[in-house]
Design a protein around this ligand. Structure first.
Ligand code: ADP
Ligand code: TYD
Length: 224
């Protein structure tokens, strides 16, 4: 794809339960897009900004909180992530940069609904959803048992939702939220139970379609 500064960049959100393979696939996709000369910005939620840092303290158990407070903080973190005038996703997309985020509002629908009414969680996220919906939500669907095995292998401390029952509940709530929002959202469910390259190939296939054929356009770019 030729970079056109007047054309907004794409906004792509990676979703999935903890350990599903989101960051692995996001990083592989980012290299492929860079190779195609597509300007990108890689980011994540919770952010590394002040509200995201407070959320991480709550997730690790360092700070106690009510689930509604946590849900509201995720919204505040997301609003800052989206609308911050210089660093925000919206500003980047308007500049023509493709933004890849590791989690966006579907994570709140899936995880915060364990303790709260999903409709309320969707409602409190509506400013973000109505401001910028992802061009594509890529859900990496990896069985909770596999994710849990990966988490215990690589971590010496497990966060709030990093328990097998929480992962099962989050996966089930992801699917409930997809059913609720399917009429408004582009959701691609990718089988995460394969090797890293097979998953990456399938993701590349859906991304090429999103761009309307990156390879062909790239050939145009390199032609004298
Ligand atoms: P997430 O960002 O969803 O938490 P990661 O991408 O960090 O997940 O992956 C969790 C762990 O699983 C990492 O150690 C990663 O190398 C490994 N992993 C990721 N994808 C696969 C896969 N398809 N097969 C086997 N291991 C994987
Ligand atoms: P993350 O750092 O992405 O964890 P992982 O790489 O293991 O998937 O997310 C941290 C935790 O935050 C994760 O358990 C999911 C949770 N979370 C929510 O509960 N709600 C949200 O809106 C977001 C963005 C994350």
């Amino acid at each position: 794809m030729r970079h056109d500064p007047l054309r907004p960049g794409k906004f792509i959100a990676f979703e999935g339960i903890d350990g599903a393979g989101k960051s692995t696939q996001l990083s592989l996709l980012s290299y492929k897009l860079i190779n195609k000369n597509i300007p990108i910005h890689v980011t994540c939620e919770p952010t590394n900004r002040p509200i995201g840092t407070m959320i991480r303290q709550m997730l690790s158990g360092q700070m106690q909180s009510h689930p509604a407070t946590l849900a509201a903080l995720f919204v505040a973190d997301r609003t800052d992530h989206l609308l911050n005038p210089t660093e925000g996703i919206l500003a980047k997309v308007h500049q023509g940069t493709t933004v890849l985020t590791d989690r966006y509002y579907f994570s709140s629908y899936a995880y915060q609904s364990a303790h709260l009414d999903m409709e309320w969680v969707i409602h409190i996220n509506s400013l973000c959803a109505n401001t910028l919906r992802p061009d594509m939500n890529i859900f990496i669907d990896t069985p909770p048992e596999i994710c849990f095995e990966r988490l215990i292998k690589h971590r010496n401390h497990l966060d709030l939702y990093e328990k097998i029952d929480s992962l099962r509940q989050a996966r089930a709530d992801y699917f409930i939220s997809f059913d609720k929002m399917r009429h408004l959202e582009n959701i691609q469910i990718i089988d995460g139970q394969r090797n890293i390259d097979e998953i990456a190939d399938e993701i590349w296939g859906v991304i090429e379609k999103l761009y309307g054929g990156i390879s062909t356009a790239l050939n145009d770019t390199v032609r004298p």
